[in-house]
Ligand binder design. Structure first.
Ligand code: GLA
Length: 379
């Protein structure tokens, strides 16, 4: 028996029926392009959330998280799936979403979650929670869903019930990841290709900064993009290429919306160029595109912050580093750094001490690899 099953038995006093895992993700390039109908280039990582569960004979749902032990068991009855403003709102929102798609659960269940993803750090802990819930429900109740559909249900849960108008990238990466590969995803059509990352090391630096207004600022960015697209009379910003954008950009009357649009259009181009570079094994070019992505997120999209700028700019100058940028929605969270394997140890100690000297924060650092998407795991 694995430790999760033992823990489950301790909390719920009965045996686990099933365990699943869903990973977090790191986005290599293509930030804020998904809801603009563009490309993203994330990979699932070998950190994520485990869930053990067992059905019940009644209609009660009980949730326990090893990461929020102080909140104890959180219970919802089938006649009241209203959100309670706590972590369990994510799995409950997935259950509500399944119902919206016509899959009512035939009975209640008990769930235990445990993970190693930092919360709110831009590594998609919410998406992993949604996707692991969707996966375990599919397996427990034999619901006919593909991993891709589970990703869409997770996004629906987040949009409709949690209130963040996120795109599909995070849930897709968590559900569809493949070991050793990044995923080049067209968020407009959902067509995708796996691209081997090869020998480069991926190192994530957690700034430790969280901005409480991140979700409202995110929704605001999305509205600005939609407004810019409507002025250009196009459905989504990433449907234009940079040249077209340059010739028509003055149709966007508001200067801020024009800057947001500029980021989306050029970032989309950078993803395509980065995918080409990776295919050629040209990591120098890939890294330069990551650096430009950071600059644009800082200056045009304005979702970076002093700490992330410091981490990215210093990393970009370090030996063996191909590229560095903030990753995820922004307003705090992490940077992603692509580098030579033999540069990792020095990078970690140098960036840690620089950051601590400047901000007095001990950054957590994760050296990750590209991992498989959601799956059942051994009990
Ligand atoms: C968050 C969202 C994603 C994506 C990124 C920014 O992670 O969940 O859909 O928009 O921000 O690229």
């Amino acid at each position: 028996m694995n430790t999760l099953s033992i823990y489950f038995e301790k909390i719920f006093g009965k045996e686990t029926q099933l365990c699943c895992f869903a990973p977090g993700r790191v986005n290599l390039i293509g930030e804020h392009t998904d809801y603009n109908g563009g490309y993203v280039f994330p990979c699932a990582i070998n950190m994520g959330i485990y869930c053990a569960a067992a059905k019940r004979n009644d209609n009660v749902l009980r949730f326990y998280s090893a990461d929020f032990q102080n909140q104890g068991i959180i219970e919802y009855k089938s006649d009241d799936f209203n959100l309670k403003n706590c972590w369990a709102d994510y799995p409950v929102s997935v259950i509500n979403s399944l119902a919206s798609f016509g899959y009512e659960l035939p009975s209640g269940a008990d769930f235990l979650f445990s993970g190693d993803l930092p919360n709110g750090a831009g590594l998609s802990s919410s998406a992993a929670l949604e996707v692991v819930t969707g996966t375990i429900l599919r397996e427990l109740f034999s619901i006919p869903l593909t991993n891709q559909e589970i990703a869409l249900i997770g996004q629906f849960a987040e949009n409709r019930f949690i209130g963040v108008n996120c795109g599909i990238m995070d849930q897709f990466a968590s559900a569809m990841g493949r070991e050793g590969d990044a995923i080049l995803l067209n968020a407009n059509t959902l067509s995708y290709n796996y691209a081997p990352i090869g020998n480069a090391a991926i190192v994530i630096v957690n700034s430790g900064v969280k901005h409480s207004l991140a979700s409202s600022a995110y929704n605001q960015r999305r509205r600005e993009c939609e407004y810019a697209a409507s002025e250009l009379k196009i459905h989504s910003l990433c449907s234009v290429i940079p040249d077209e954008f340059e010739s028509r950009k003055m149709l966007i009357t508001d200067e801020i919306c024009r800057k947001r649009a500029k980021h989306a259009v050029y970032e989309n181009r950078r993803v395509i160029d980065a995918a080409d570079a990776l295919e050629r094994g040209d990591l120098q070019t890939f890294g330069m595109l990551m650096n430009s992505s950071h600059t644009s997120l800082r200056d045009n999209y304005e979702v970076s912050c002093e700490e992330l700028d410091f981490l990215a700019e210093n990393a970009q100058r370090m030996p063996g580093v191909y590229g560095a940028r903030m990753t995820g929605g922004g307003f705090g969270g992490c940077t992603v750094n692509l580098m030579k394997q033999d540069a990792v140890d020095n990078f970690i100690s140098d960036i840690k001490s620089l950051y601590e000297n400047r901000f007095g924060i001990r950054a957590e650092i994760y050296s990750v690899s590209a991992a498989n998407g959601a799956e059942i795991c051994g009990m």
